[in-house]
Design a protein around this ligand. Structure first.
Ligand code: HXC
Length: 536
C-alpha cells in the first residue's frame, strides 16, 4: 500500500511523525538551532545596541577572553515571574551571559549583562546566575569579572530583584581579599548594579556609553527638580575624576576590555598565589644616572614623579590606577626585575605632592589591595605634608588620612620606602616610614626628614629672635643654615637608624631590586582577631 492510498491528510501525517520518539539527529538539530538563536539574540535589540555604539554581551566576551575559551553556564535559564505580562516573555539567559573562560591561559569567571533582554535588568534568575559564577570563582580561586550594562533591579520582579542584589553583594564581600574582583561598566549601571562596582577591587568605565548612578536623570528631576544629563550625573569623566569610583577610564569598549586583560596579567588568581613574575632583567646592577637629572635638589622645585617611576620599573612600564583622581598621589602596578610591585608615590607636579583627603583614600585602598594579594609595596616619598585648611578639615582629612595610616600599619607584604627629597610631619610617618613598619627604608642624599621644612621651623622656634634682630634677613639666613646643618643634613635620619641607607639616586632601581630579593620570603602573622576596625 502506498501513502496515497492511506486515509490521512498530509497535516495529520506530519503530526503523527512528530509524535514519534524523536531521533537523535533531530534532537541535536533542535538543540543546535535553539542555542544558535539564543546566541544571536533579537535582531532589533542587537541593532539598537550597535547603534548606541555598544557591543553585545557575547561580543564583549569575545574581546575579553582567549579565543574559544568561553564555557557558558545556564544559557537556557528563564525567569519564573508572573504578573505584569512577565509570563508572556520568558527569554532564555534571562538577560545575562555567564560562565568561565581564560585570559592568557588563566581561568576567570565572568558575567556579561545583555541590555537587549529587559534592559539587562536583574531579576531572580539573572541574579542566581551571577551568584553561581561568583561562587565558582571563589571556590576555584579564580578572578571574577562582571560586565555591567543594566537598568538595575528588574521592576516587575519586585523584592526578588532586591533579594538578588543582596545575594550578589554578600558574595562580593565574602570573596574580597580572596580573589581579584573586577567590574566593568559598559552602559547604564543604575541602582543596585552600582554597588557591584563599589565593592569590586577595580572598576573600569568606557567612553561616552557608560554611566553609573543610583538613580537616573528622570528620578533626580522628579525628586530634586534638578535637570542633569546621564554624563553629568555619572559619566566616565565624573567617576574617573571626581567621585573616585572608576579606577580606569578608557575611550571605548574594546580598549577597556583589553585593559582588563592587561590588569589581570599583573594579578595573582587568588590570595594564596603570587602575582605572575617575568624573568629577571638584571636590575640589581642597573644604574640610572638620569634620575639625578630628573629630580632638582631644591626641595620645592617641581618635577614629574612619573619620570622617576619610569626609570625605576622594568621597561619604563607601569599601570596607573585612578589616573584622573587625586593626582597628587600616584598608585601603580609595575614590575621590578620581573616581580610585580605596587608603587605609591607623591606627585610634586600636582598640589606640590601634598596628601589630602582624596589622596589618602586612593592610596589606602591601593595599599590594602596589594597587601591582600601578596604584592610588595614600593613607596616613593617627596611630600611637604598634609594639605592644611578648613576645607580639608571639614572634608575629614584626619579620618581619611587615618585610612592610609591603618593600611600601611597592617600591611605584611615586603615594604620598601625611598625618601627622595622632603618628608615632613605626619605625612612622613604615613608614607611607610620605619616607625609604621617599612622593611627597608632608603633615602637619597637630598632627603629632608623633619617635623617641618626649614622656613616654617625657623619662623616658629625663632619668632622672638627674628623680631628683635637688627638685620632680620641676615639673622633668618643664618638660622636657616643652622637648621639645615643640624637637623636635616643627608645622614641625620640614617644616623638614628630610621633610614637603612642613603643611596646615590642612580642606584635606586638596583637597590629596590636587591631589596625585593632580600624580602621575598617575608612572613608575618598578626595576632588572631575577628577583624580590625579600619577607619571608614
Ligand atoms: C525592568 C527595565 C528596567 C528595569 C530598563 N528596562 N530598566 N525593565 N526593570 N529596571 C527595560 C525598559 O523597559 C525597556 O524595555 C528596555 O529595558 C530598554 O530600556 P530603555 O529605557 O528603552 O533604554 P534607554 O533609553 O537606553 O534607558 C536606559 C535606562 C532606563 C537609563 C537604564 O531604562 C532607566 O532609567 N531605567 C530605570 C533605571 C532605574 O531606576 N532602575 C531601578 C534602580 S533601583 P522595552 O521592552 O521597552 O525594550 C535598584 C534597587 C537596588 O536597582 C538597590 C540596591 C542597593
Amino acid at each position: 500500500m502506498s501513502i496515497f492510498e492511506l486515509d490521512i491528510t498530509p497535516e495529520a501525517l506530519e503530526e503523527a511523525v512528530r509524535a514519534l520518539p524523536p531521533s537523535m539527529a533531530r534532537l541535536r538539530e533542535d538543540l543546535s538551532r535553539l542555542r544558535r538563536d539564543i546566541a544571536e539574540g533579537r535582531p532589533q535589540g542587537v541593532e539598537r545596541q550597535h547603534a548606541l555604539g555598544k557591543l553585545t554581551a557575547r561580543e564583549r566576551l569575545d574581546v575579553l577572553l582567549d579565543e574559544g575559551s568561553f564555557v557558558e553556564l545556564e544559557m537556557l535559564r528563564r525567569h519564573r515571574a508572573q504578573g505584569l505580562g512577565m509570563d508572556r516573555q520568558r527569554p532564555h539567559t534571562d538577560g545575562v551571559v555567564a560562565g568561565s573562560g581564560t585570559v592568557e591561559g588563566r581561568r576567570v569567571f565572568v558575567y556579561a549583562q545583555d541590555f537587549t533582554v529587559f534592559g539587562g535588568s536583574l531579576g531572580e534568575a539573572h541574579a542566581l546566575k551571577i551568584q553561581k559564577v561568583m561562587e565558582l570563582a571563589l571556590s576555584t580561586g579564580s578572578p571574577f569579572i562582571g560586565l555591567n550594562d543594566s537598568g538595575g533591579a528588574r521592576i516587575q520582579e519586585g523584592v526578588m530583584s532586591l533579594n538578588g542584589y543582596g545575594g550578589i553583594f554578600q558574595r562580593f564581600v565574602q570573596a574580597s581579599g580572596v580573589i581579584p574582583q573586577i567590574s566593568v561598566v559598559l552602559g547604564p549601571c543604575a541602582g543596585g548594579a552600582a554597588y557591584s562596582t563599589a565593592l569590586a577591587d577595580f572598576t573600569f568605565m568606557a567612553g561616552d556609553t557608560s554611566q553609573l548612578y543610583l538613580t537616573g536623570p528622570d528620578v533626580v528631576e522628579a525628586v530634586t527638580g534638578e535637570r542633569v544629563t546621564h554624563a553629568e550625573l555619572g559619566g566616565a569623566q565624573v567617576h574617573g575624576g571626581k567621585s573616585g569610583l572608576a579606577t580606569f577610564v578608557h575611550d571605548d569598549e574594546e580598549s577597556c576590555l583589553l585593559a582588563v586583560r592587561d590588569l589581570l596579567s599583573m594579578l595573582p588568581s587568588n590570595n594564596l598565589g603570587r602575582p605572575p613574575a617575568l624573568p629577571p632583567q638584571g636590575a640589581t646592577a642597573d644604574l640610572r644616572p638620569r634620575l639625578a637629572e630628573i629630580v632638582p635638589a631644591e626641595p620645592h622645585k617641581l618635577y614629574d614623579m612619573r619620570l622617576v617611576m619610569a626609570e625605576i620599573v622594568d621597561d619604563g612600564d607601569y599601570l596607573e590606577v585612578h589616573h584622573g583622581w587625586a593626582r597628587n598621589v600616584i598608585c601603580a602596578l609595575a614590575r621590578i626585575d620581573g616581580e610585580v610591585v605596587g608603587v605609591v608615590a607623591n606627585q610634586p607636579m600636582v598640589l606640590a605632592g601634598v596628601l589630602d583627603a582624596s589622596a589618602a583614600q586612593k592610596a589606602a585602598r591601593f595599599v590594602r589591595f596589594c597587601d591582600a594579594f601578596s604584592i610588595p609595596l614600593v613607596t616613593l616619598v617627596d611630600v611637604p605634608g598634609f594639605l592644611p585648611g578648613k576645607d580639608q578639615e571639614h572634608a575629614g582629612v584626619i579620618r581619611h588620612g587615618a585610612k592610609l595610616l591603618y593600611a600601611y600599619c597592617e600591611a605584611t607584604v615586603p615594604r620598601i620606602s625611598v625618601v627622595i627629597r622632603k618628608a615632613y610631619g605626619g605625612a612622613y610617618i604615613v608614607m611607610d616610614s620605619r616607625s609604621i613598619g617599612t622593611d627597608l627604608a632608603l633615602a637619597w642624599p637630598t632627603n629632608e626628614i623633619a617635623v617641618m621644612g626649614a622656613e616654617g621651623a625657623v619662623n616658629v622656634i625663632h619668632r622672638r629672635r627674628l623680631a628683635a634682630a637688627a638685620d632680620p634677613a641676615a639673622e633668618r639666613a643664618e638660622l636657616l643654615e643652622q637648621y639645615r646643618q643640624e637637623l636635616i643634613h643627608p645622614t641625620y635620619t640614617a644616623e638614628r637608624g630610621l633610614v637603612d641607607d642613603v643611596i646615590d639616586p642612580a642606584e635606586t632601581r638596583a637597590a629596590l631590586a636587591r631589596g625585593l630579593a632580600m624580602l621575598r620570603d617575608k612572613r608575618k602573622h598578626p595576632a588572631p582577631r575577628k577583624h580590625g576596625n579600619v577607619p571608614l
